[in-house]
Write a new protein. Structure first.
Length: 286
């Protein structure tokens, strides 16, 4: 069984002895010669593409959400043998596919019985996301969260001031089209606008767009935390609607900060989001 395991040793929860641990789990199922490859920080995307084009029987990608989002976007359309494994801090994408299982539980379960799961996605200015994207103040608060996680209190304090300024000064105007009338509808003008995909929506499929009406610093920070760890629709003041497309503009014409699946997206004066029904595929336990 031709097996490739690409792992990111710099990710939040990939252990220092990742090679040995992975080899031990695969050895339980008679896989004794896996190709173990560390991610190339200079060209991870090209590396993923090259490895996927080898058409392995099993292509495992073990890392944080940024690495896994690249794998789904690049390798998913090439091979139906992709297995994503949680190795980051938030692990939004593996949880969407595998629930709260640990990486080794996932490997064992998939090697016993597996199926191929088709994933829908959102496309924001050409970047795919598989869980959620947020535009505006939450992107700034997310940077604060990461600095706090790293223990950099100085950067967190400076970032918090910038995030609050963004919250007060950014006026995002968002219109969306639903799947029936295709007539533009408006979300409340806000500094917090976003979209969720698939299993995170109320119906468990499609795309849902949202805006936080009359945002406060506490409310915006709450959207960041709830969107990543529980359910952002539980945050006070959030208005949502099903949609197939979303366009977000900035009243002042400046760039809009954005995050997708917990990772920064290049800021732009307009964010165009569309739903992609069949964007990628990966293995899951049957």
């Amino acid at each position: 069984m031709k097996t490739i395991a690409l792992f990111n040793p710099r990710s939040g929860s990939v252990p220092p002895d990742a090679r040995e641990k992975m080899a031990a789990v695969l050895g339980e199922y008679g896989i004794t010669d896996p190709e173990m490859v560390e991610t190339d920080p200079e060209d991870c995307a090209g590396q993923i593409r090259a490895l996927a084009e080898k058409q392995p029987d099993l292509f495992m990608v073990w890392g944080g959400d940024g690495t896994i989002r690249s794998a789904l976007s690049i390798a998913g359309p090439i091979t139906d043998r992709l297995l994503i494994l949680p190795g980051g801090t938030m692990n939004l994408l593996p949880k969407a596919v595998h629930g709260d299982k640990t990486w080794d539980q996932i490997v064992r379960d998939v090697l016993k019985h597996h199926t191929t799961q088709t994933l829908s996605a959102g496309d924001v200015n050409g970047e795919l996301f598989y869980c959620a994207m947020l535009a505006g103040a939450p992107a700034r608060f997310a940077e604060v969260r990461e600095n706090l996680r790293k223990g950099d209190l100085g950067a967190a304090a400076a970032g918090a001031a910038g995030a609050i300024d963004t919250l007060k000064s950014l006026n995002l105007v968002a219109s969306y089209a639903d799947g029936y009338s295709f007539v533009d509808s408006r979300l409340p003008v806000s500094s917090v606008v976003g979209a969720v995909i698939g299993s995170l929506t109320r119906t468990g499929r499609g795309m849902e767009v949202a805006s936080l009406a009359n945002p406060t610093a506490t409310g915006a920070l709450n959207v960041v935390w709830t969107s990543f760890f529980t359910d952002w629709r539980k945050a006070d003041g959030v208005e949502t609607a099903p949609a197939i497309s979303l366009e977000i503009g900035n009243d002042d014409g400046g760039d809009i900060p954005m995050i997708a699946d917990g990772e920064p997206v290049e800021a732009a004066p307009v964010a165009r989001v569309k739903f992609v029904e069949r964007a990628s595929q990966c293995l899951a336990a049957a």
